[in-house]
Design a protein. Structure first.
Length: 353
């Protein structure tokens, strides 16, 4: 019945998220979820909020969560925006801060939601090729543009851009907003949030989906100059006054305040990543240096799509992208120690055939 669709809908190319299969007992290493559970304090806070309170609307401003984020990063609440997953935060960023006359810039290999938002909001873009080693070259982000966005560490490569290079990109684009999508920063990098006071054009987004193990709760945030945050609030309040429900606000606030659980689980993921790297290298894989909770690896003698299919037959799912530059790579989420053992054993078996 697509004659009822608007012209905008006809023109959309929606994002395709990694699969969430309904099968039990899968070793699920395809969407970068945290293998460890969220903070028990977050679960308690959600349980406590599960009451008659739910008949009341939540705080439209999410002040408790803004306070927790501000305290964690040593910024003010006027420098914090919160939203329903960082995907929603990013959507508002595209409309509020990246939609200008000139095309925005992002890497050719990056989070594949960016071109989707460009399509939705009519933002022109230019893809900037990563170098031969899949690194971002900061010099490529000079010159006229409508804004810049990239993940750091980048996805799906896992490669980290050092903070001085992030600062250089912000410095070379004083009239445009530079957005750093730090979905994975807690697994191996320093946040650019410490640069926002020197760079009023720098906006940093983060999510509670990965390092805080709350992908199911849908919470993300942005940190930057109050004028940038204001722009996001204006869009948000023209779209949905209550993007975060009571359970999400309670759980996310408690999660941000539980530093002990956060430290413990992220260090466990980092340690397992190093073991996974070593195990893959031993099997002959070339693995890009990763600062994230996933690794990006290819095997010089084995086709990536075939490897992914063989793993799937063994109930292990990893992510494979059909993009020509990376179609010989697998993106593998860091799981538990035991999931890592199962994965490495399965790969050893597959490669031996
Ligand atoms: C996972 C991810 C997000 C989205 O996070 P949500 O908060 O779950 O919406 C954003 N950017 C990148 C690069 C990601 O990998």
């Amino acid at each position: 019945m697509s004659q009822y669709w608007s012209a905008v809908v006809h023109g959309l190319t929606p994002y395709v998220p990694g699969e969430q299969p309904k099968l039990p007992d899968l070793v699920k290493l395809n969407t970068n979820e945290n293998p460890y559970g969220p903070s028990p304090k977050a679960l308690q806070a959600i349980a406590a909020e599960t009451s008659d309170h739910l008949r009341l609307y939540p705080d439209p401003n999410g002040d408790s969560l803004k306070l927790a984020v501000a305290a964690h990063y040593g910024v003010t609440t006027q420098q914090v925006f919160v939203g329903n997953g960082s995907d929603e935060v990013l959507a508002h960023v595209f409309l509020a801060l990246l939609k200008h006359d000139e095309p925005i810039l992002f890497p050719d290999i990056t989070y594949s939601f960016y071109p989707v938002y460009c399509g939705l909001y009519g933002v022109e873009y230019r893809e900037v090729p990563l170098d031969a080693d899949f690194a971002i070259n900061p010099d490529d982000y000079h010159g006229p543009n409508g804004g810049v966005i990239f993940p750091n560490p980048n996805a799906p490569t896992g490669r980290l851009l050092p903070l001085d290079a992030v600062a250089a990109i912000a410095r070379h684009n004083p009239d445009r907003v530079v957005v750093v999508d730090e979905a994975y920063i807690d697994f191996g990098g320093d946040s650019a949030i410490r640069l926002i006071d020197q760079h009023p054009n720098l906006l940093v987004t983060q999510t509670l989906s990965k390092s805080r193990s709350l992908a199911g709760l849908r919470v993300g945030f942005a940190v930057g100059h109050p004028d940038l945050i204001d722009a996001l609030e204006r869009v948000k309040n023209s779209f949905n006054s209550y993007p975060l429900d009571r359970l999400a606000l309670a759980g996310a606030t408690a999660a941000m305040n539980d530093n002990a659980h956060f430290e413990h689980t992220r260090q466990a993921v980092i340690a397992t990543r190093e073991r996974l790297n070593a195990g893959l290298a031993q099997l002959g894989f070339a693995v890009l240096p990763s600062a994230a909770n996933f690794v990006f690896a290819r095997h010089p003698q084995h086709d990536a799509a075939q490897l992914a299919a063989a793993l799937r037959e063994r109930a292990i799912i990893v992510r494979h992208f059909k993009h020509p530059r990376i179609d010989q790579f697998l993106r593998i989420t860091v799981g538990t120690e035991q999931q890592t053992d199962v994965l490495l054993a399965a790969l050893a078996e597959i490669l031996a055939v």
